[in-house]
Structures are given as structure tokens and as C-alpha cells.
Ligand binder design. Structure first.
Ligand code: SF4
Ligand code: SF4
Length: 344
């Protein structure tokens, strides 16, 4: 019986992968005209992340910033590059997700962050903007400014120390409550949620825009990743064989303008740099999304079998199945659920 069940599972997994590859086949082939590339971008891009500057004030134990310097300088993504990308997204009436951080703290340079969010919102009225922050620079006033600027979903993070157990009563709930206190949010106006192996409290801003604030504490024992081999805090996979869906629907624009196919890679890690699929300073995003290197990479990871380094050690982009619904919604489902709750 066990053998039959294992065979059935293996067949199902391959069928799911086959279906997903079929649905995403446009992202796994090269295209020649701008029109075709814009169509592929519009159909498949689901998350674009901007690292508007390099600086982060922390060196969290679970992050590559524990070893890679993001403290002693601050380089900015050229405004011209940022606006050019936004203009292309406007051209396709982008309605996917926009993330405001990679390996920087997006609120460390508050004025720049607010200006970029406003500029993007002006061009992308239908996109969903989410911002994760370590909250060191977040105040109640800034929450209102972010709401006004166009953020849909704000996620102040509560981190726990290395070696500290993820204990709901001892450290998780108290840290979430402290965060609410700091932000002047009454706990009785929030709702407890469990998502992404994270406990959090959801609060809807009492404004016309009604930005969602989700103060969360994630369990890194469950979701910690090796971040493109830039941290050894989590050594979960030795030789990943499972496919990865992330590069099919993501673009991550680092502060230098280099574009990465997933959130695990960073421009300032020697072992990751060669995974950049383009440079947004000199190339259009439709060219980058559809370039030969991106297509080759997707084909390399969207299959069962040995993965290129550092994907072979990575636990990201693992889906229950690889149908379109699962691929596209795995990450965004959470945000869309909150958005649906907001709309009532
Ligand atoms: S996890 Fe976030 S706050 Fe911590 S070092 Fe990394 S980028 Fe900075
Ligand atoms: S396996 Fe990990 S590093 Fe490789 S593409 Fe997927 S998420 Fe990125």
C-alpha cells in the first residue's frame, strides 16, 4: 500500500509540475518583440520589490546583513531608474504586488521612502503595496503618512533573539503587544491571526484608505531560509530536488539597479551576484523579465532534480503543488485575504 501511495504522490507531483510549466510556458521561452514581452510581464509578474536604498540599521541573526555591511554607507537606487520601471508598470496597468524592501530597512530614510511610494502610487493605482519594517523608525504619525502615500499593507516585525525559543506566552505575545503599545494601537481594536508561521494582530487604520497594519512575530525555526547562502543560521536543505516557482513571477530590484529573480539573492554577496538577470539602469524590465538568462534560470529551477548553487540549499518557493493558483497565490494569497477582509 505504501508503495502505491508513494507512486501516486510522485505521479501527481509531476502532473502538477507539467500543468504549471504549461501555464507559465511564456516565461520559459524567449520573446523578440516589445509587445510580446509586455504581454508576458503583464500576465505573469506578480511581485516586484524595490530596494530604494541600501541602508539597514540592524544586523539580525537570521539575515545576511549579520555578515554583509549595510551599516557604514547608504547608496540610493537612482530615481530615474525607479521612475522608468514604474512607467513601464503603468503602461501594463500593473495590478500585482509591490514590495518596498529587500535587504534594507525601508523606513530608515523616511522622506525617500514616502516620496517613492507616492510616485509609484500615482502611476500604479491598481497595484497592492506592502511594506515590511523592523519598526525602529515607525511612529504612529508615520503610519498615517504611509497610509496617505498609498501603502495597502504595513507589517511591523517583532524579532526574537538567537537561541530564544518561539514561545507564545513568554515572548511572542508580549512583543506583539509592546509593538502595539509603541504604535498607539489598542489591542481590543485588533484581531489575532496566524499566517506564515507567524502570530500577529491585525489592525485596520481608521482612515478613508484603511491601510492594514499587521504586527507580526514570525517563527524563524519554521520559515528561516539560507538567503542565497549568505547566512548559515538555517541549514535545512543539503540537496534540494524540488522545483521552485519564485522566478516565474518575481523581480527584485536591488539598490544598485541589478535585478534578481527571487528575494533570496542580493547584489552585494559575491556568491549571488552572478544570478542577476539584468540591470534596470540600462535595460527595460520587460527585456530583463524575458531575457535569455532569466528564461534559462526558470527552466533550471522549475523541475525536479539537482539545483544550481545556492538553490540546492534553499527552502524558498516550495509549493504544495505547482498549478497556477498555487504558484501565483502562495505568497500573495495572504495579502489578498487581508484585502478582502478590508473590503468586507
Ligand atoms: S532582517 Fe531586516 S532589519 Fe534585520 S538586518 Fe535584515 S534587512 Fe535589516
Ligand atoms: S530555490 Fe531559492 S534561491 Fe533558488 S530561485 Fe528558488 S527561492 Fe530563489
Amino acid at each position: 500500500m505504501k508503495i502505491i501511495s508513494a507512486i501516486r504522490t510522485a505521479v501527481m507531483k509531476r502532473k502538477n509540475l507539467y500543468d504549471a510549466r504549461k501555464i507559465f510556458q511564456d516565461t520559459m521561452l524567449t520573446h523578440s518583440t516589445r509587445e510580446e514581452k509586455l504581454r508576458v510581464l503583464k500576465t505573469h509578474l506578480g511581485i516586484i520589490a524595490f530596494e530604494c536604498f541600501s541602508y539597514c540599521n540592524r544586523k539580525c541573526w537570521f539575515c545576511g546583513n549579520a555578515k554583509i555591511d549595510r551599516h557604514s554607507f547608504c547608496h540610493y537606487l537612482p530615481e530615474e531608474t525607479f521612475l522608468r520601471v514604474c512607467d513601464t508598470l503603468a503602461e501594463i496597468d500593473y495590478s500585482g504586488n509591490v514590495s518596498w524592501a529587500c535587504y534594507n530597512e525601508p523606513l530608515a530614510k523616511t522622506e525617500v521612502a514616502l516620496e517613492r511610494i507616492r510616485q509609484a502610487r500615482e502611476r500604479l493605482p491598481n497595484a497592492f503595496f506592502f511594506l515590511f519594517t523592523n519598526s525602529d523608525f515607525l511612529t504612529k504619525e508615520l503610519m498615517y503618512e504611509l497610509d496617505m502615500a498609498g501603502i495597502n499593507f504595513l507589517a511591523p516585525q517583532c524579532y526574537y533573539a538567537l537561541g530564544e525559543p518561539y514561545d507564545l506566552e513568554k515572548n511572542v505575545k508580549p512583543s506583539v503587544e509592546n509593538m502595539l503599545k509603541k504604535l498607539g494601537i489598542s489591542p481590543w481594536r485588533t484581531e489575532e491571526r496566524w499566517d506564515f508561521h507567524s502570530l500577529g494582530r491585525l489592525y485596520i487604520m481608521p482612515t478613508e484608505r484603511k491601510m492594514l497594519v499587521y504586527t507580526m512575530c514570525s517563527n524563524f525555526d519554521a520559515i528561516g531560509l539560507n538567503r542565497g547562502d549568505t547566512t548559515d543560521a538555517f541549514n535545512i536543505f543539503q540537496n534540494r530536488m524540488e522545483p521552485c516557482s519564485m522566478p516565474l513571477y518575481r523581480l527584485h530590484i536591488n539598490y544598485t539597479g541589478l535585478v534578481m529573480p527571487c528575494c533570496e539573492f542580493r547584489c552585494d554577496a559575491e556568491i549571488n551576484k552572478h544570478h542577476a538577470i539584468g540591470d534596470a539602469n540600462i535595460q527595460s524590465i520587460e527585456d530583463i523579465f524575458c531575457c535569455e538568462k532569466a528564461v534559462r534560470f526558470r527552466n533550471d529551477v522549475m523541475r525536479y532534480g539537482t539545483k544550481p548553487s545556492p538553490c540546492n540549499h534553499c527552502g524558498g518557493g516550495l509549493e504544495v503543488d505547482f498549478t497556477k493558483v498555487s504558484c501565483l497565490n502562495a505568497y500573495t494569497h495572504f495579502f489578498h485575504l487581508q484585502e478582502a477582509a478590508r473590503r468586507g
